[in-house]
Design a protein around this ligand. Structure first.
Ligand SMILES: O=C(O)CCC(=O)C(=O)O
Length: 270
């Protein structure tokens, strides 16, 4: 009996380690039918898809901060848009890996009228360490920016420690959509996430829709509040957008078959 119990404990332990970061208790996404985890490719992108620090030209990375005012809470909100942290070649080999591995359907997990992309989850610590080093010089000043713009966010109180290695690669079909939501935080014993880190792996021309749109409230002449698009980011392969999880956003419907994004999260020490 003791041996059976010990084996059971070992099995539970191995499952917990495979899960890595777990979803926080409060899932702020609306329309979620279930947050159950699916298949995770624990071997990571193979072989490593990112060139080494010596080969990579850090000077080719640039960024800008886009701000808008949400009259609903009176806050000025800031998005960080980063160019050049993933090269076209790197993005192409990531897409090839995903196509060879195959995506998992989210039908039954999400209502398709709310979210109809398929998803592949890849656990890759090495990728995230390299990518984080490329992003960090741009995320540090952004953090200060948020600090001064939004008093209620006490960003300086905790230390940024890296990216969530549980990468979620999402592929949209033609008429792909992800309706308005805010993102969930992830956490484990040592860290928790506050910022969404999203990279586009494909281009979507503006006339084909597919932008990530950010919303805020605005009052019209009659004093009625309307949820309005305040900023949008058009997908371009290798472009990254970083923003606090709580910002309301959507994936605008696109008529392109195959818009692909990669999702991670910026982690902070507990
Ligand atoms: O596809 C997009 O543009 C947005 C994706 C998104 O909002 C998400 O994955 O949380």
């Amino acid at each position: 009996m003791a041996a059976v119990l010990a084996l059971f404990a070992l099995w539970i332990n191995s499952l917990l380690h495979q899960e890595g970061m777990s979803k926080a208790a409060s899932d702020t996404e609306t329309g979620v039918l279930s947050t159950k985890e699916g298949r995770v490719i624990t071997t990571g992108f193979s072989p490593s898809v990112l060139s080494s620090e010596e080969e990579f030209d850090q000077d080719s990375v640039s960024s800008e901060v886009i701000t808008y005012v949400d009259e609903g809470d009176g806050a000025t909100k800031s998005l960080l848009v980063i160019r050049g942290s993933l090269t076209r070649e790197e993005v192409t080999s990531m897409i090839s890996f995903c196509e060879e591995t195959g995506y998992d359907s989210l039908i039954g997990v999400y209502d398709p009228s709310y979210r109809n992309n398929s998803r592949l989850m890849v656990q890759d610590e090495g990728f995230c360490e390299r990518w984080y080093r490329r992003l960090l010089p741009h995320v540090v000043p952004y953090q200060q920016h948020l600090n001064s713009m939004e008093e209620r966010n006490k960003w300086s109180e905790s230390e940024m420690v890296g990216l969530n290695p549980r990468l979620r690669i999402c592929k949209y079909p033609a008429s792909g959509v992800f309706k308005t939501h805010s993102d969930s935080a992830v956490s484990n014993e040592t860290s928790y996430s506050r910022l969404t880190c999203m990279a586009y792996l494909t281009d979507v021309p503006e006339e084909q829709g597919g932008a990530t749109r950010f919303y805020g409230f605005e009052a019209n002449a009659y004093g009625e509040w309307k949820n309005t698009v305040k900023a949008k980011v058009q997908p371009s392969a290798g472009l990254v957008v970083i923003f606090p999880h709580e910002y309301k956003h959507d994936g605008q419907e696109t008529n392109i078959d195959g818009k692909i994004i990669l999702r991670s999260d910026v982690l902070f020490a507990r």
